[in-house]
Design a protein around this ligand. Structure first.
Ligand code: UD1
Length: 322
């Protein structure tokens, strides 16, 4: 029986955690419903036992949790814009899925669950950097659903003794992130476009900023969260980021340099539900997990551009093995 379950294993964060665990020779099960996950992302993960299914189905959750010790719960419909258009779909795939998984995890005797929380929980609170003691202020259905998932996770830790760690990710980016959807993360879209010589569009004036976090940092934090003593981390929400914010205008300038794109940048109206600035205080991650960012923004973006160069220029637009 596999020791680890990764939900959203065909998504870019899930597949990256799976790759790290397999590299350690761990026994891994993955599950994905392919709403946003991609079969191509499973390339290289053949040793992972894989379930094609949806966590809104309690029977599938039971199968997924059987015999498992630790869950990395990465499955979600990750997009603020998508949630504004379809709040029910977001709720189903973020919150209902999480609660089903928790019920099944408890029944199966799973020891620990690590939950992919979101920096969107902090919302419009103007205080920077965002720290975990701040009152959450979700301003999009996505933020509300992800935050409600956190509360369920922590409630399960409290009443059923399930060890539960929430990692609040700040704008994760890197290889395997899907660039092809209107709901994709901005760096995936910009890398694809600028590598292809196409114009990126900035929604708003480009002064909005994010604590863009390279995927290796997030994988690192997950592995630490699985190994940390329960007394120290269970029931806690912990920021995972670099601790530096970069504006979209700065992003475009760095990308010009990395991609040699010299065309224009289009500016459009700001997006609904968008927040202005985001930057994490990562002291708690340092203290509780011994976390330290391993890859800074520029190096992460360089590696990401290299990856998109190798993949998006392929005619099929499918990920290929590195
Ligand atoms: C938010 C969360 C993030 C979460 C993500 C899931 C915050 C601070 N961050 O990200 O942790 O993982 O939701 O979706 O709440 N943009 C453009 N042009 C584009 C695409 C996007 O200008 O083509 C802009 C957006 O309007 C936004 C910024 O880029 O201002 C980042 O957008 P996006 O990558 O979608 O992530 P967030 O919504 O910030």
């Amino acid at each position: 029986m596999p020791t680890f379950l990764i939900t959203g294993a065909a998504g870019f964060i899930g597949r990256s955690i799976a790759a790290a665990l397999l590299a350690r020779d761990e026994s891994v099960r993955g599950v994905d419903n392919f709403i946003t996950g991609k079969a191509a992302n499973l390339a290289g993960l053949e040793r992972m036992q894989f379930l094609d299914g949806d966590l809104t189905d309690p029977v599938l959750c039971e199968r997924a949790c059987a015999g498992v010790d630790t869950i990395y719960h990465q499955a979600a419909l990750a997009s603020v814009t998508r949630s504004v258009e379809d709040p029910l779909g977001t709720n189903r795939n973020c919150l209902d899925a999480t609660l089903n998984l928790l019920v099944a995890a408890r029944a199966a005797g799973v020891r620990r669950i690590i939950y992919a929380g979101s920096s969107s929980a902090y919302g419009e609170n103007l205080v920077l950097p965002k720290h975990e003691a701040m009152l959450p202020d979700p301003i999009s259905p996505y933020a509300a659903a992800k935050l409600a998932g956190e509360y369920y996770i922590r409630a399960f830790a409290h009443v059923y003794g399930l060890e539960a760690v929430v990692l609040r990710y700040f704008n994760v980016f890197g290889p395997y992130q899907d660039p092809a959807s209107q709901y994709s993360g901005v760096l995936a879209i910009f890398c694809q476009k600028m590598v292809r010589g196409e114009e990126p569009t900035i929604y708003g004036d480009g002064q909005q900023s994010r604590d863009f976090t390279y995927i290796d940092n997030v994988v690192h934090a997950n592995l630490l969260a699985a190994a940390a003593p329960a007394l120290r981390v269970s029931g806690k929400a912990i920021n995972v980021a670099v601790g530096v914010r970069i504006s979209l205008n700065e992003v475009v300038e760095i990308l010009r340099d990395l991609t040699a794109y010299n065309g224009r940048v289009v500016y459009g109206p700001p997006r609904q539900g968008d927040i202005q600035d985001s930057q994490a205080d990562i002291r708690l991650a340092r203290e509780l997990l011994g976390y330290e960012p391993m890859v800074d923004f520029r190096e992460g973006l360089r590696r990401t551009v290299e990856w998109y160069r190798r993949t998006v220029l392929q005619p099929s637009n499918q990920a290929v093995l590195i």
